[in-house]
Design a protein. Structure first.
Length: 220
């Protein structure tokens, strides 16, 4: 089984240079790594979203289209790719094509610190068959929304499956998420040492402080 080794929200050095140093003074290197990884994953679970660097595959059912984007007007200007795609769709009886998909993971705050890489999109068509999408047919995804836009001319009928493999996450961790990671790690450490407020620290208060710091990042 592969090890779970994400880049933590807060490093052990950041935890060990503040008021929580007394809690982790006896942690060896392995325990230090495990603590910060566990704290990071707990923060992600509370927020119900991925925060640190990840690579995943998710699938979406192709539904809906904005009629203003693909109007049934003969005067709608289209490039050659769009014209071919429209003609092909009409020949197969598809009067509407999908233009958008929204990825599950995006930056709820500070999108300037977030990045997407290694985007690969495969569509399994409702008419049968599949195709890999060229990067030139895609716009996005946008860090602040996860919006991935398919250009006119892309044959993607409603009911198809869109399978997206991508990497993303905060390449620079916002300071409030670092604080959340430290609070969560301290809460874990206290419970391991003494659930009854070891060294004057209350694990429940520390956990609640972590949750408060994560509140703006929680999925709604």
């Amino acid at each position: 089984m592969p090890a779970d080794t994400p880049t933590p929200l807060a490093t052990f050095e950041q935890l060990n240079t503040g008021a929580f140093a007394d809690l982790v003074r006896d942690y060896d290197a392995s325990a230090q790594t495990d603590l910060m990884i566990e704290a990071t994953r707990q923060c992600e679970s509370v927020a119900d979203r991925r925060l640190v660097a990840f690579t995943l595959t998710e699938s979406h059912r192709a539904t809906g289209v904005d009629p203003d984007e693909y109007a049934d007007s003969a005067n709608l200007p289209l490039d050659i790719q769009g014209t071919i795609g429209r003609s092909y769709a009409m020949a197969l009886g598809a009067t509407t094509l999908v233009r958008h998909v929204w990825l599950n993971e995006y930056a709820p705050r500070y999108p300037e610190f977030w990045s997407y890489t290694n985007i690969a999109v495969k569509t399994i068509l409702s008419y049968g068959g599949s195709q890999d999408m060229a990067v030139s047919q895609l716009i996005g995804p946008e860090p602040d929304s996860g919006h991935l836009w398919f250009q006119l001319g892309t044959f993607l009928p409603i009911g198809s499956m869109i399978r997206v493999t991508y990497s993303g996450g905060y390449t620079t961790v916002p300071a409030d998420l670092v604080r959340a990671g430290k609070y969560m790690a301290a809460s874990i450490a206290v419970r391991e040492l003494d659930p009854t407020q070891a060294a004057g620290h209350d694990p429940d208060l520390l956990y609640n402080d972590a949750v408060k710091a994560l509140n703006p990042y929680m999925r709604t």
